[in-house]
Design a protein around this ligand. Structure first.
Ligand SMILES: *Cc1c(COP(=O)(O)O)cnc(C)c1O
Length: 403
């Protein structure tokens, strides 16, 4: 019986079951969209402003400058687009890579596949370089492939491949491209690495870096960000065979955005909130933020390991803890059991759907969120009939956090 005299349906160990689960509050622990800080939510609740005003233009200009800082290209222009991360990748691709060009797409997961498919949709000649999902690209393999395919005009890379949890070594891979295919532009999907992993577009010689608002920047979905190197801007300008674009024509947008304008109505409320979100990141400091996310992600992987789940990524991204469930424990069932307790994580995609779970602490939160997630994983395991020593995953997570 409970305090109010209701009979509580209880499992053998007395844990709350069934209707009591309605008392769990929703927790978003997926690798995007992520939980958003309260001050950002407050900014989103402000009255809608008009975009053709001096005040909004000033905000737009400041947000672009803050984005450049977060991307570690301070002083350069970052294009601020209404749309998702994919929108930004598309805009950057067609702005920099001329019609009919040869694109080498590195595919090691869902997003690598997407950029190859996109390049094909735009009529580029596309070659692929593949690695098994969960593995990281190595420099030697890329060198061999570059020699195979001749001199591509552009190479697409995913920094943090969210579908597999792998953080690819973009610094080394970009260097290999510069050495063996010096004219190839290096276009990088940094959607889940931005603000989570070290990313140095200039020092690494990258030509385009794109991201979106609903991941490490801790905003709702709806904004895309794209930085292009001077070489990439020039390549697009000079070619005289630009792939057609209109709302996503970055060459047209560039002078407008410099003045705080954009060709179409931007997502004004998101832009206003972006100033708050980016301000929080810069106040915390990128190195501190990265360290915290790395620690929390290691805690999640340790919690999973205590339950018999294995890290999937050869080189783990701090943005997502991709793990294979133990034999006989179906990943979709784990995702559902967690959802019953208010906890939203991501499952696996494509051929990994039955075995992969992908919790993430990329959003607003603190170290204790890793402990909450560890406790929820233990409960999900029990819900699915597994015997788990009480506190096993929690202890494993805390051992990492405390160390
Ligand atoms: C989420 C994600 C994307 C896609 O971003 P959208 O905002 O959904 O368009 C692309 N790449 C990676 C690595 C992602 O995690």
């Amino acid at each position: 019986m409970t305090g109010d005299g209701r009979a509580r349906p209880a499992a053998g160990d007395g844990r709350p079951q069934g209707a009591d689960r309605a008392s769990f509050r929703p927790r978003l622990y997926a690798p995007g969209p992520v939980a958003v800080p309260p001050s950002v939510l407050e900014a989103l609740a402000r009255p809608v402003v008009h975009h053709r005003t001096d005040a909004f233009r000033a905000t737009f200009v400041r947000v672009r400058a803050a984005l450049a800082e977060v991307l570690e290209v301070a002083g350069d222009e970052v294009m601020l687009l209404t749309g998702s991360g994919t929108t930004a990748f598309e805009a950057a691709l067609v702005a920099a890579v001329p019609r009919g060009a040869h694109v080498l797409a590195l595919r090691g997961g869902k997003f690598g596949d997407r950029w190859a498919a996109m390049a094909r949709a735009f009529g580029y000649r596309v070659s692929e370089h593949d690695v098994a999902w969960g593995r990281a690209f190595d420099v030697d393999g890329l060198r061999v492939r570059l020699a195979d395919v001749g001199q591509p005009d552009a190479v697409t890379l995913v920094h943090s491949e969210t579908s597999t949890g792998v953080l690819h070594d973009v610094a080394a891979l970009a260097e290999a491209v510069r050495t063996h295919a010096p004219d190839a532009l290096v276009l990088v999907d940094a959607v889940t690495s931005l603000a989570a992993a070290e990313l140095r577009p200039r020092a690494w010689g990258l030509d385009a870096v794109v991201a979106g608002s609903q991941k490490g920047v801790m905003l709702p979905p709806g904004l895309g960000f794209a930085w292009l190197s001077e070489r990439a801007w020039a390549r697009g300008e000079e070619a005289g065979r630009r792939v057609p674009a209109y709302t996503l024509d970055l060459h047209r947008e560039r002078p407008r955005q410099r003045a705080g304008d954009s060709g179409t109505t931007p997502a004004t409320s998101l832009v206003v909130a972006a100033e708050v979100a980016l301000g929080l990141l810069l106040a915390e400091g990128l190195p501190a933020r990265r360290q915290a996310l790395g620690r929390r992600n290691r805690a999640l992987l340790a919690a999973g390991r205590a339950l018999g789940a294995e890290p999937f990524a050869e080189r783990a991204s701090p943005a997502v803890a991709a793990m294979t469930t133990p034999e006989g424990l179906a990943a979709p069932a784990v995702v559902r059991a967690l959802a019953d307790r208010g906890v939203r994580i991501a499952g696996g995609q494509d051929h990994l759907a039955s075995r992969l779970i992908r919790p993430s602490l990329l959003g607003h939160g603190d170290d204790y969120d890793a402990v909450v997630l560890a406790a929820a994983l233990e409960d999900a395991w029990r819900d699915l009939g597994r015997t788990v020593a009480s506190g096993a995953a929690v202890a494993a997570a805390m051992a990492v956090l405390g160390s």
